[in-house]
Design a protein around this ligand. Structure first.
Ligand SMILES: Cc1cc2nc3c(=O)[nH]c(=O)nc-3n(C[C@H](O)[C@H](O)[C@H](O)COP(=O)(O)OP(=O)(O)OC[C@H]3O[C@@H](n4cnc5c(N)ncnc54)[C@H](O)[C@@H]3O)c2cc1C
Length: 434
């Protein structure tokens, strides 16, 4: 099989940009192969979840085989391309944290008041609340241990890392461009095919109104949550999530906020204005002296046609900041000011599983690489069951940043060699839906 002559990648999120990188660095790539990445945003690449997500990467993510390959590729890329400097790569500890905090304006400033009485603490006599959390890491100094009920490591040291997802994605595109990949700003409107073969795409340039056609004998659909607008049979829904980025005070030592990613279950007490509530922010300190925090998803605002039109609900971002700055759980010395308030949409495969990667049957040359959804980890380890107040808790862990290199490697093999050999990618396959 000879490689395609014109490859068009739809979408410059992490999947599209990393795929462009792997294609352009594949041994069968040559100047006879033209690769174009088309992106609908007027601003540039990585304006959706790929630029605004947490950036956790995990050997223990799902699907297992893809996650293992992707983790190994993340380590390799970071080593060969100075990921620490170029995209904030580093290894990080990860844990599930449970505890209590105060509400903004709550007058019970004494931490001992926030420690509930024994009567409130547990229905299980075997599992009384402790004032000191067992297993609390000695170097997790930016979290208030007195308000912690439990800390449970989620993975062995060395199995989890992080990247700055915007920097990683844009760096992949930059390295692909150095090998000749062309980046074009325009919204793809139609994927053309004839007699069972793709023939090209039509798009509207960001600064034009006339549709432009470019020929293609291979199209890679990597449009994240927007993918069904081009292939409607794909079972992909989307959910908005808000996040903030907090800058630590510049006077702090660069390593003062130690590298722990925390999946939190934070109980907030009842006040005259609010009922008791358990909130579940996720916290990722980054090596550039910022702390990324993201909160629960919402379906109040449907996915807009273009990433640039994603609405940010200021109140959702302010709430995240209140949980951080006023709950008492976070040491105030670690927190400076909010430097970014943002929202993005996570693609979800509504039939379960994900991602959906493979060639669409009946349309030669149309490859789908999307649906990097969340997977749910049940909080049910024996240690957790012994110490946690919420042994039933499910934690949704996202995977697009983690699994991008494995996906991209698999797609580059499929497109240039005709089959994928680096990983088994059989379910869910586009054939199940299209
Ligand atoms: C709050 C949050 C936190 C997350 N944290 C993590 C994490 O810590 N670790 C992890 O592994 N995953 C995480 N994820 C998931 C991860 O961010 C996504 O799975 C991943 O970014 C999806 O990448 P993508 O390239 O498929 O989609 P996107 O990033 O959405 O990119 C799709 C691109 O396609 C473009 N596009 C759409 N339609 C068209 C069109 N018609 N023509 C041209 N271009 C088009 C869009 O403009 C966009 O740029 C998180 C997600 C969210 C929402």
């Amino acid at each position: 099989m000879s490689p395609p002559a014109n490859i068009v990648i739809v979408g410059a999120g992490i999947i599209g940009c990393t795929t462009a990188y792997y294609l352009a660095h594949h041994p069968l790539f040559s100047s006879a192969v033209k690769i174009t990445v088309l992106e609908a945003s007027r601003v540039g690449p990585a304006q959706g979840a790929s630029g605004k997500s947490g950036g956790l990467i995990a050997k223990w993510a799902y699907p297992k085989e893809l996650a293992k390959l992707s983790y190994a590729e993340h380590l390799r890329l970071a080593k060969e391309l100075d990921g620490a400097k170029n995209w904030g790569f580093r290894q990080i500890e990860v844990g599930e944290w449970e505890g209590r905090g105060r509400r903004p304006g709550d007058l019970r400033l004494d931490e001992s008041d926030l420690r509930l009485d024994e009567s409130e603490s547990s229905d299980d006599e075997e599992c009384p609340r402790r004032s000191k959390a067992s297993g609390f890491p000695a170097d997790l100094t930016w979290i208030n241990e007195a308000l912690t009920d439990s800390y449970t490591p989620m993975a062995p040291s060395g199995d989890t890392a992080q990247v700055h997802p915007y920097l990683f994605t844009t760096h992949m595109l930059k390295l692909a461009a150095e090998k000749g990949v062309e980046f074009v700003k325009g919204r793809v409107t139609v994927l053309d095919n004839d007699s069972g073969h793709v023939t090209g795409v039509r798009y509207i340039p960001v600064d034009g109104t006339e549709e432009v056609h470019i020929p293609a004998d291979c199209i890679i659909l990597a449009a994240g949550p927007w993918s069904p607008s081009l292939v409607p049979a794909l079972p992909i829904t989307s959910m908005r999530a808000h996040s903030i980025v907090i800058k630590s005070p510049s006077s702090l030592h660069p390593n003062a906020v130690t590298p722990y990613a925390l999946f939190m279950s934070l109980s907030l007490p009842k006040t005259p204005r609010h009922g008791a509530q358990m909130v579940t922010p996720e916290i990722y300190p980054r090596p550039n002296q910022t702390i990324y925090v993201y909160g629960p998803g919402d379906t109040r605002t449907p996915l807009p046609p273009i990433v640039d039109d994603v609405e940010v609900d200021k109140a959702s971002c302010e709430q995240l900041w209140e949980w951080m700055s006023e709950s008492g759980v976070f040491e105030r010395w670690a927190l400076g000011e909010v430097v970014r308030e943002q929202a993005c949409y996570l693609p979800s495969v509504s039939t379960g599983g994900g991602p959906i990667v493979g060639e669409v049957p009946g349309i030669k040359g149309l490859v789908v690489a999307t649906g990097h959804t969340s997977w749910v980890r049940l909080f049910n380890s024996p240690v957790a069951l012994l110490f946690t107040r919420f042994p039933h808790l499910d934690i949704a862990i996202h995977q697009g940043i983690s699994n991008a290199p494995g996906t991209a490697k698999a797609v580059s093999e499929l497109v240039l060699e005709g089959k994928t050999s680096c990983v088994k990618l059989d379910r869910p396959h586009p054939a199940e839906f299209v």
